[in-house]
Structure formats: structure tokens, C-alpha cells
Design a protein around this ligand. Structure first.
Ligand code: NAD
Length: 300
């Protein structure tokens, strides 16, 4: 496989820039999404249009999916007019969405029975990482297939790691999402406490940037949090989805996750307030409500 024909399904915040990097690198692309405007934009950049997952699979050798959740990947891969109806033996399927490890294994087994090699390859690095092709990509599957797909991964990411067999990439992503969620909650509580005690959140941000509390999440989200700019980014409802995956995985393996479960409930409150389309850093609004203040720099 020198430069395989690639199918790309799911052209949202992440999938659109990722697919464009593949076009820029000279790969032939067939794309599909439920949103016509997203398809039109990537077609204008040089891709061909696929009418269904089945059609995309029939016209590609490597099929990448970047979809919201486990049921979406199940439907696209295994449902009616799904990939499973269009694939040929020797094709490769790479799912880069964040889904339950068990569903990644189920899809790999079903497509594997048709002679398709499967990798779960969720990512970290956010919309900025997708735009700059600097994503961290955590992969589950076989070493030989991982090695073969490395040139494709390298167009989208910088840190690309084989974590173990099918499902292992999703397990590592679940671990990643614990740390990111706890980081954002910590930042939220710090900004709210400081602001209610009378300190400008912008000063808190600047001081913490130079000390032990600095983190990549702090750097990426802090400046927007203190302005109350919660446009996504990473939608809060997706982080809630990930926390559901994490709690189930903890339950499956008998691992108590006491602090993550509390964060899960705070995200549940955010969903109940109808704020799921905000960026996940908008969880600060829930902490603000509890404290009865807005921890944000005054806008002009
Ligand atoms: P998004 O909602 O912006 O994009 C998802 C796209 O999938 C949409 O364009 C939607 O129309 C399309 N889609 C849904 N069902 C479909 C179907 N049946 N057939 C074809 N297209 C379909 O989401 P996103 O932010 O790009 O996230 C995608 C995945 O990546 C999620 O699993 C998310 O958790 C993960 N992720 C996101 C980020 C981020 O910062 N946004 C970072 C890391 C991982």
C-alpha cells in the first residue's frame, strides 16, 4: 500500500481539519457526513463525495471515522448501508472517535471476520491539535498494521503510540479524559474562589502560569475561561459522554474512581442546565452557580 485511497467519515470540529491534512499530503479522499455543508467544504478542497458509509468503504482501502459516540460508530460500521456492507478483504478501518473500549473490540471483531484490519486510534490535543496536525494519537491493534498506517497517522499527529491490542487505545483515552476533567475542575474552583475573595481572575491565571499549577489545559483553556468564552472546542456533552465511558470501565474492572465520579455528577448538572453545547471548560459556570458569582474578567 503506497498511498492508499482513504475514506473519511465525520467532518466535524476534528474530522474536517484532519481530513484536509490528508488531502494536502496528496492522499485521494472520499468523504461523508450527515451535514451537507461540511461535505461541500472538504469536497471543495479536493475530496470526492461518498453517499453512505457503504459507498465510502467500497471506494477506499483505508476508512477513517471521526464520529461523536459509540452508537454512531456502531451504526456507521455495522448498521444498514454501513462499512461492513462495502469493505473488501485487506481493507483497513481506523476509528479515531472516543468511544467505549468494548465497542471498539466489537467493531474490530465484526470487520475482522470480513478480513478487515482494525485500529482504534482516539486522539488528544483538541481542535488546535487537529488544525496544527499535532494530535497525540493512542492506538489499539496489531503492531504490523500500526506500522503500516504510520504514514497516515503522521499527517494528523505528532505523538503516535501503540498502546496494546484492540480497545487499548480507547482505554488510554479514558485515562487521558480523567486527567483533563480533573484539571479543568481544579482550575474552575480556583478561579471561582479567587474571584469571590476579590482577586481579578486574570491575575490568578498569570501567576499560576508561572508556577507548579501550570499545565497544558491551564494554558489552553485559562485565557478563555476568565473571559467567559465557552465556545467549543470540545463540547461539554462529549466530555460527559467520556465520563460515562470512564465510570463504566472502572465498574467493569472493579476500580473505584471516587474523585472522577464527583466530577461526573458536576457534568451531569451541566447537562441538566442545558449547557452541553458549551466548551467543557464551561463546567466553571456550574461552580459559579454554586458560589453565586461570575468568576470572569469584566468585559468592556
Ligand atoms: P463534532 O460533533 O464536531 O463532529 C462529529 C461529526 O460526525 C459531525 O459533523 C456529524 O454530522 C458527524 N456524524 C454523526 N453521525 C454521523 C453518521 N451517522 N454518519 C456520518 N456522519 C456523522 O465532534 P468532534 O468535536 O469533531 O469530535 C469527534 C470525536 O472526537 C468525538 O468522539 C470526540 O469525543 C472526539 N474528540 C474531540 C476533541 C475536540 O476537541 N473536539 C478532542 C479529542 C477527541
Amino acid at each position: 500500500m503506497s498511498k492508499p485511497k482513504i475514506g473519511f467519515i465525520g467532518l466535524g470540529i476534528m474530522g474536517k481539519p484532519m481530513s484536509k491534512h490528508l488531502l494536502d499530503a496528496g492522499y485521494e479522499l472520499v468523504v461523508h457526513d450527515l451535514v451537507q455543508a461540511a461535505v461541500d467544504e472538504v469536497v471543495a478542497a479536493g475530496a470526492a463525495k461518498g453517499v453512505s458509509p457503504k459507498d465510502v468503504a467500497a471506494r477506499s482501502e483505508v476508512i477513517i471515522t471521526m464520529l461523536p459516540d459509540s452508537p454512531d460508530v456502531q451504526a456507521v460500521a455495522l448498521g444498514e448501508n454501513g462499512l461492513i456492507e462495502g469493505v473488501s478483504e485487506g481493507d483497513v478501518q481506523i476509528d479515531m472517535s472516543t468511544i467505549a473500549p468494548g465497542v471498539a473490540i466489537e467493531v474490530a471483531e465484526a470487520l475482522g471476520a470480513k478480513g478487515v484490519g482494525c485500529l482504534d486510534a482516539p486522539v488528544s490535543g483538541g481542535d488546535v491539535g487537529a488544525i496544527n496536525a499535532t494530535l497525540s494519537i493512542m492506538v489499539g491493534g496489531e503492531q504490523a498494521l500500526f506500522d503500516k498506517m504510520m504514514p497516515v497517522f503522521e499527517q494528523m499527529g505528532k505523538t503516535i503510540t501503540l498502546c496494546g491490542p484492540n480497545g487499548a487505545g480507547q482505554t488510554v483515552k479514558a485515562c487521558n479524559q480523567i486527567q483533563v476533567a480533573l484539571n479543568i475542575i481544579g482550575m474552575s474552583e480556583a478561579f471561582v474562589l479567587g474571584a469571590k475573595a476579590g482577586v481579578d481572575p486574570a491575575i490568578i491565571y498569570d501567576v499560576l502560569s508561572g508556577g507548579y499549577a501550570q499545565s497544558r489545559v491551564h494554558d489552553a483553556r485559562g485565557p478563555r475561561m476568565i473571559k467567559g468564552d465557552f465556545a467549543p472546542g470540545f463540547k461539554a456533552r462529549f466530555h460527559f459522554k467520556d465520563l460515562n465511558i470512564i465510570m463504566k470501565t472502572g465498574n467493569d474492572y472493579g476500580v473505584p474512581l471516587p474523585v472522577t465520579s464527583l466530577v461526573h455528577e458536576l457534568f451531569a448538572a451541566m447537562m441538566a442546565q442545558g449547557r452541553g453545547e458549551l466548551d467543557h471548560s464551561g463546567i466553571m459556570t456550574v461552580l459559579e452557580d454554586l458560589a453565586g458569582i461570575e468568576a470572569r474578567t469584566k468585559q468592556e
